[in-house]
Design a protein around this ligand. Structure first.
Ligand code: ADP
Ligand code: MG
Length: 366
């Protein structure tokens, strides 16, 4: 299993080489008694995870539904305890420490706001419970509403807000207590795509401004790549890869990551031998494959293969071309619609050449 430190030197954004570990998971395992079948079977939700998130990082946990993301977050927050292993926050072992005593706050997807309270009352509620003075509550609530760009919304009721605004109130509510770490479980899941993309940018700006550690759980690979400094890719309770967004995208550690993070052409066995003359398991990103006219030999250093177009899928900015290569392996290429005017005439059955640079081929077996 990979540890979070392996690629710290390649991290973009936060410089993890100079910051301290903020969250450390060492051999964390979580087994649930299965509620469903009544036969006492167990569900291993997390199989011994090792992970380090550094202070000030915007870290994403990415994986399909049921891969153990929420369970990991709940154990960091203290809502669940690991079956085995250690969790440290700011260097201190927190296993057994109640959630309210951990310097962590959580934003869930179904961020229920109190409907009978105003926005400001919702935000300051946690401070009130802690006995923070009225004037201090006022100041801090105003500050945090300003941060999430809702300065004038304090007197409103949650029902008078849009989905995106309610989401920002939930964020303000979680930040007002000034935690060291903010955990966000699919926080944008309820928003439509446009708003989601806008909130991704805003979340990132807010995290940069306050500089605390954010761990954001998502099943959306675009969201993870857009938002994070580094990410961990989860699959079936295991961490498949940890790295900077670019690192994970450009150098997927295995077939699962290549498939799940972006789309990729993955081939192995006879297909690999036929296509590139090598044994093993390989991936090539569609955007690294050029679509050329049939008689084009490609630039020097490019590997080329003859192919026949199977399908052309226009999707606005890009066009996806699926083609069956002479060795019989189907490859998908993505071309920018604007830059490939001749590609407009491509159709099922058109003879083409596919070309890619040697270094676009990633060996998944190493
Ligand atoms: P994710 O957030 O990635 O969708 P979860 O962490 O919620 O995944 O769940 C991981 C696995 O653990 C799933 O198989 C899920 O059914 C199981 N699981 C989660 N919580 C419980 C629980 N309280 N009792 C039994 N099984 C659970
Ligand atoms: Mg979940």
């Amino acid at each position: 299993m990979l540890s979070g430190r392996t690629d710290a030197s390649t991290t973009a954004g936060t410089d993890t080489r100079t910051s301290e570990p903020q969250i450390e998971l060492v051999g964390v395992r979580k087994v649930f008694a299965d509620r469903g079948n009544g036969r006492g079977a167990e569900v291993v939700a997390v199989h011994g995870a090792d992970l380090t998130v550094f202070d000030g990082e915007l870290f994403a946990i990415l994986g399909p539904s049921g891969s153990g993301k929420t369970t990991v977050l709940r154990m960091i927050a203290g809502f669940d305890e690991p079956t085995a292993g250690t969790i440290r926050l700011g260097g201190t072992d927190v296993v057994g420490v109640p959630a309210r005593l951990r310097d962590v706050n959580t934003v869930f997807q179904d961020y229920a706001l109190f409907p009978h309270m105003t926005v400001a009352e919702n935000v300051e509620y946690g401070l009130k419970v802690k006995g923070v003075s009225r004037s201090e509550r006022r100041t801090r609530t105003a500050e945090v509403l300003e941060l999430v760009r809702l300065a004038d919304f304090g007197p409103r009721r949650p029902t008078q807000l849009s989905g995106g605004q309610r989401q920002r109130v939930a964020l303000a509510r979680a930040l007002v207590g000034r935690p060291r770490v903010l955990l966000l479980d699919e926080p944008l899941g309820a928003l439509d795509l446009k708003l989601r993309e806008q909130m991704q940018v805003e979340l990132k700006a807010i995290q940069r401004e306050i500089g605390i550690t954010f761990v954001i759980v998502t099943h959306d690979q675009d969201e993870a790549l857009t938002l994070c400094d580094r990410l961990a890719v989860f699959n079936d309770g295991r961490i498949e890869q940890v790295g900077a967004a670019r690192e994970v995208y450009e150098h997927p550690a295995n077939r699962f990551v290549a498939d799940f993070v972006g789309t990729s052409n993955v081939f192995d066995g006879d297909d690999a031998r036929a296509l590139i003359g090598r044994s093993g398991s390989f991936s090539v990103r569609p955007e690294n494959i050029a679509v050329l006219p049939a008689d084009d030999v490609g630039a020097a250093g490019m590997r080329t293969v003859e192919a026949t177009v199977a399908e052309v899928i226009y999707s606005g900015a890009t066009t996806r071309v699926a083609a069956i290569t002479a060795p019989g392996v189907t490859l998908t290429a993505t071309v920018l619609s604007a830059s490939a005017t001749w590609a407009r005439d491509l159709d099922h059955g058109t003879r083409i050449t596919l070309a890619w640079p040697e270094n676009a081929v990633h060996d998944l077996s190493t």
